[in-house]
Design a protein around this ligand. Sequence first.
Ligand code: PDD
Length: 278
Amino acid sequence: MDIVYLNGEYLPLAEAKVSVLDRGFLFGDGVYEVIPAYAGRLFRLEDHIQRLNNSLNGIRLPLNYTVSDWEAIFLPLLDGGKDQYIYLQITRGYSPKRDHGFPQQTRPTIFAMCSDILPFAGRINGIRAITMDDTRWQLCHIKAITLLGNILLRQEALDQGCAEAILVKNGQAIEGAASNLFAVVDGILLTPPKTNDILPGITRDVILELAKKHGIAHREDLISLEALHAASEIWVASSTREIVPVVELDGVSVGDGQPGPVWHAMDQLLQAYKKSLS
Ligand code: PDD
């Protein structure tokens, strides 16, 4: 991560600076993406850029960059052999005056850096999770940098010896603080449908595609808190941690307290799919 991209330039990290008047700093006025790259290849780049464009449109900051434009920006940041991810952040940029309303002229700040994906032991061993009320806002489909709600929820989970908070809204478990939610209920793999209440995860899409292709019974459907507590398997999924089995929820074992058979099957399918692309 020695070299980063900032507004058209590649710079050493220590030299990459933005103004304290940047609206990202003052208001959290921006969006981001996290795009994995395996063996130097960007994973599902088109899908990530589509979601980025949806987020940018959602905050009324459309940009005219094609997928190839973004690829050309990201490739010099990658270091061939390793599993890495690109963090991309776009804010509404510098404005000379702090004002909630948009500035008259907008020059977005565009920042990208690359980091290694560190192995996450919980992916193999399983994690503990707790359910918590979703205290975030109503536009969770936008990948906004304004993550205070998510951060406070995740930290509360960590403080209680858990690796993730599973968020509950109107009696339904909807997603994790930084992950999408899956549960095996009565032998069917369930995940909540895409609405403004959740981030439309790219890993989530891949899991559903693999389930379809390989005949794993699945459905996009609401998961009540009650159903979640009765599930034989629970997983949380994200780009940097992949599919993580939850083996204890709210202090009670999920299934037999071990990663379950559907998780094993899906994890293998995902690993094989990643390999097939590199
Ligand atoms: N977060 N839901 C939320 C709230 C998330 O923050 C994330 C990912 C996901 C999963 O999306 P994807 O499969 O596209 O990574 C779902 C990233 C990794 C982060 O904020 O670092």
